[in-house]
Design a protein around this ligand. Structure first.
Ligand SMILES: Cc1cc2nc3c(=O)[nH]c(=O)nc-3n(C[C@H](O)[C@H](O)[C@H](O)COP(=O)(O)O)c2cc1C
Length: 314
């Protein structure tokens, strides 16, 4: 059984937290990682593209597979299939995704409007699972209907082993600030571990999240963009009160390392396309970044990409 306390989690991120990203974040200090969200309906229809998202290699552990869906039976079957095929260390329910395509089918954050369905889904998942089932929620659908403490309690009663809260509402999307006081309230309400998530972008903010909320662990998503070392910096800051800044050279080295690992996994064509956003994040804010970004987006080969990166070393 995994210990979920005092851990730094890499958040599930569709289109970002692929196996290569997870490997890099783990090498840079992430304790626990999650896959991108995986559609239970996609698994039901036998989509291998969907199943691929749930693949967890032996080196990629501890890793949770995150599922989204809205039908308890289908979610139970998805848990059984994923366990049999990929043996993840835990399975997470997505009850926070704000995207229309997901909520229009009753999944993601739409579950925060349906207490009974939410509970039935977790119970069905727990029934089929021999590993912990965890739940990731937002604070509610709108600011007039904050349900995080209620749904945290429902999740605990249904057998969830942990609850992660991203304290924005569905209607906020990613705008405004995450209201960390909701995490503090949830922590006072439930007995299972609470993971605090939302707007952690520096080691100082990580410590502040612990201090303000009393949460058990932290989860980072956008704060890892082009900065996977944030995990080890946070660990260092929490333990020693200091951390080492990363130089421009180290950032560019990491960009090339990431590109190389991705290319080994997915081949040159896909890498050229998929890595653009990561490279833009790695070079953001360094002198010449605008010119470098344009060159990266125009580049047609790995050597052109690497030449653009090399031109940015001080
Ligand atoms: C590109 C992107 C993809 C995301 N995909 C997922 C997902 O698949 N499942 C999920 O539960 N949350 C997803 N999220 C939400 C994050 O996990 C996290 O809750 C949110 O970004 C707040 O954390 P942050 O402030 O550290 O970014 C995604 C966020 C982003 C930016």
């Amino acid at each position: 059984m995994i210990d979920f306390t005092d851990k730094l989690f890499l958040a599930p991120m569709a289109g970002v937290s692929d196996p290569v990203y997870r490997q890099i974040c783990r090498e840079m200090g992430a304790d626990i990682v999650l896959t991108e969200m995986v559609s239970a309906t996609g698994l039901h229809y036998g989509s291998e593209k969907t199943a691929d998202l749930a693949r967890v290699s032996p080196a990629d552990r501890p890793c949770g597979v995150q599922l989204f869906g809205a039908d308890p039976d289908e979610m139970g079957r998805a848990v059984a299939e994923i366990q049999e095929r990929f043996s993840p260390d835990f399975i997470d329910l997505n009850a926070g995704c704000p995207v229309k395509k997901v909520v229009s089918k009753n999944g993601g954050a739409a579950l925060l409007q349906q207490e009974k369905l939410f509970s039935s889904i977790i119970r069905a998942m727990v029934r089929e699972s021999s590993v912990p089932v965890t739940v990731k929620i937002r604070s509610g659908w709108t600011k007039d209907a904050l349900v995080d403490c209620l749904f945290g309690t429902v999740a605990e009663d249904a057998g969830a082993a942990l609850v992660t809260l991203h304290p924005r509402t569905r209607s906020m999307g990613y705008s405004g600030r995450a209201d960390w006081s909701r995490i503090a309230r949830l922590k006072e309400t439930v007995s299972i571990p609470v993971v605090g998530n939302g707007d952690i972008t520096t080691p100082e903010e990580a410590r502040q999240m612990y201090e303000e909320t009393g949460c058990d662990s932290l989860m980072l998503a956008r704060g890892t963009y082009g900065a996977p070392w944030i995990f080890s910096q946070i660990r260092s800051f929490l333990e020693k009160g200091t951390y080492t800044p990363v130089s421009i050279g180290q950032r560019l080295d990491m960009a090339k390392y990431h590109y190389t690992l991705y290319e080994e996994q997915y081949g040159p064509r896909r890498t050229l396309k998929d890595m653009r956003k990561h490279l833009a994040w790695y070079i953001k804010g360094i002198p010449g970044a605008t010119r470098g970004r344009d060159a990266i987006f125009r580049a047609l080969t790995r050597s052109e990409i690497f030449a653009s990166i090399d031109s940015l070393y001080p």
